[in-house]
Design a protein around this ligand. Structure first.
Ligand code: ZN
Ligand code: ZN
Length: 275
């Protein structure tokens, strides 16, 4: 089954997220597990957890259709010891929230190494993944590919492979492929989405794709910029997305829209689900 849906708001109460997705005709969705702009937030109340789980069930969602996104403050590759420790605490907190909600996989950016060597950044990032997985039995981490500006890690399959190889908990680490980030980092998903996915699967295997972010792009191929656009309105184009959702390997994993115009989400979902 195709699990397609947007990254929905958790405003007012996190338990409303499944309802918001369901109202748009989504079969999956993404969310933050707390306000992503702050370092700490009160824990999710027992009441909200119960009501989130109830709404999941009533709206027909299972854990495998949902991919929470870790907050942007977390930098797993930070060279600053304090920031790395702070990032770890926050990541652990968000991982615990994910499990409390009855979900099992969290999406995270591999981080930016800021200074020094990229290989040291990869080592620090992998160490953080291991720390979190070591303390959170039952959790899986989906490392998201990036457009790769500056010292941001994760913009090539080679680098994603290096990250995975540097980690010990390899069985519980996989990837999220974001189409806008692929395009930004130089993978031409507009012209040939199939061969790009083929090269991912031949390197990592089908089971390492934990989810996808389906976004069109405002910025050109290999621009190393990250500017999302609505499906079919950007430089990737509708056809590429229709080809992607026809792949057998993207069945049963969350396919998340992080597109910029939420008034179009309903139509985007419908279009992808009927491809
Ligand atoms: Zn992301
Ligand atoms: Zn993304």
């Amino acid at each position: 089954m195709l699990f397609v849906g947007p990254h929905v708001s958790i405003a007012k109460d996190i338990s409303l997220a499944p309802v918001r997705a369901h109202e748009l005709g989504a079969t999956g969705f993404a969310l933050f597990t707390k306000n992503q702009r702050v370092w700490s937030a009160p824990p999710i109340s027992e009441e909200s957890i119960i009501s989130f789980r109830k709404n999941m069930e009533e709206c027909g969602f299972t854990a495998k259709a949902v991919l929470p996104h870790a907050g942007y403050l977390i930098n797993p590759a930070s060279p600053d010891k304090d920031l790395w420790e702070k990032s770890l605490s926050l990541f652990l907190d968000e991982a615990a929230r994910t499990l409390a909600l009855g979900l099992d996989t969290i999406n995270i950016h591999p981080g930016a190494y800021k200074e020094g060597l990229g290989t040291d950044g990869i080592r620090r990032s992998a160490m953080m993944m291991d720390e979190v997985l070591g303390q959170m039995p039952g959790l899986r981490i989906a490392i998201e590919n990036t457009a790769g500006a500056g010292t941001i890690l994760g913009s090539s399959f080679e680098e994603l492979d290096e990250l995975l190889s540097a980690a010990n908990e390899k069985d519980r680490i996989g990837f999220t492929l974001d189409t806008a980030h692929l395009f930004g980092s130089g993978y031409d998903v507009a012209s040939d989405p199939d061969s790009i996915l083929d090269s991912f699967f031949s390197r990592f295997g089908k089971d390492k794709l934990y989810g996808m972010h389906l976004n069109d792009s405002k910025v050109p191929l290999a621009s190393h910029k990250d500017r999302h656009e609505s499906i079919g309105k950007g430089l990737i184009g509708k056809e590429a997305f229709l080809a992607i959702v026809k792949r057998q390997e993207v069945q049963d994993i969350p396919l998340v829209l992080e597109t910029i115009d939420e008034t179009l989400w309903k139509d985007e979902i419908k279009m992808l689900l009927s491809a």
